[in-house]
Design a protein around this ligand. Structure first.
Ligand SMILES: [Zn+2]
Length: 295
């Protein structure tokens, strides 16, 4: 188990370091080589670095045990980290979009140089290698988080491919004197900016819905209801609400029991409900049981 975590952690560090190197390389060459597409892609890699670090920090904070001030635990630290990253992605996206669109309307737009093309090809290769590495490791370790991470690298490769097309067409334009093609470099930059903003919007939406403790829908509470009704002493299930708290679930349940049993017996039934729900469903962190008399 320890070994599995170590391998997964190592893989995420490899990803962060690779993204950091790519961000610096693409940023410098993008500025020196006059490519808006490459600059946009550099920002994409930089925001990937920040979001990976935020996730690592968030997971660590979320693992802290409950304390008197935070009796429900620190599970939401992870969501807060995600929310910060989401806002960052949208802000960065708007910034590079403005930059790229401004370049589209410039008359004296300077064309990218060939070195931008080499760097973007290098970026695509690195991303594909990272995808293969993490996908295989994720499948082997049976880690959905790692597999999801792998697919992110694949989507980064697509972002870099958009930049490649933009840079390539701009270069062709200057090679053969077709001014119309010059605009494909900033256009690719604008598309990548939209991609980054969309990424921010998507992860932000998930984080907000967890932070607001969205109640799980009927499909996802059904199994909890079935477990509760199986327990001896539960005459009727009056209400069951499950809400997410960070990456785990908290359940509020009202049950009806025989009105003639003692308080002690009623309490024992409630305790069994809690125990069974926590035991049977790994995601359930805590259960609050209210006992009604059954008539
Ligand atoms: Zn990315």
């Amino acid at each position: 188990m320890e070994n599995r975590n170590q391998k997964a952690q190592f893989a995420s560090i490899v990803g962060i370091v690779a993204n950091l190197i790519l961000a610096i390389l693409k940023g410098i060459v993008g500025v020196v080589g006059n490519s808006k597409a490459l600059i946009a892609d550099a920002f994409h890699s930089a925001s990937d670095v920040v979001s990976s670090i935020a996730v690592l920090v968030g997971i660590r904070a979320a693992q802290k045990p409950p304390d008197p001030e935070h009796p429900y635990g620190h599970g939401k630290a992870e969501n807060i980290a995600t929310l910060i990253v989401a806002i960052l992605l949208i802000v960065v996206g708007v910034e590079i979009l403005t930059d790229a669109v401004t370049a589209l309307f410039e008359n004296e737009y300077t064309r990218p140089s060939t070195i931008a093309l080499y760097v973007i090809i290098f970026s695509i290769i690195v991303k594909e290698v990272l995808f293969q590495y993490k996908k295989r490791l994720g499948d082997r370790l049976n880690s959905p988080a790692l597999v999801a991470d792998a697919w992110h690298h694949r989507s980064d490769a697509i972002s870099s491919f958009v930049a490649l097309v933009g840079i390539g067409l701009s270069l062709l334009g200057s090679q053969f004197g077709i001014p119309f093609l010059y605009y494909f470099d900033p256009l690719a930059g604008a598309i990548i900016a939209l991609l980054v903003m969309w990424m921010g919007f998507k992860i932000g939406k998930d984080a907000v819905s967890v932070t607001l403790e969205t109640v799980l829908d009927d499909g996802r509470t059904k199994k909890f209801e079935l477990t509760t009704m199986e327990i001896s002493g539960v005459e009727r299930l009056d209400m069951l609400l499950a809400r997410t708290h960070g990456s785990y679930v908290i359940i509020d349940v009202k049950i009806s029991v025989d009105p003639h049993i003692t308080v002690d017996e009623g309490h024992a039934i409630a305790a069994r409900v809690k125990e069974k729900l926590v035991d049977k469903h790994a995601e359930v962190q805590d259960v609050y049981v209210h006992v009604n008399p059954y008539h």
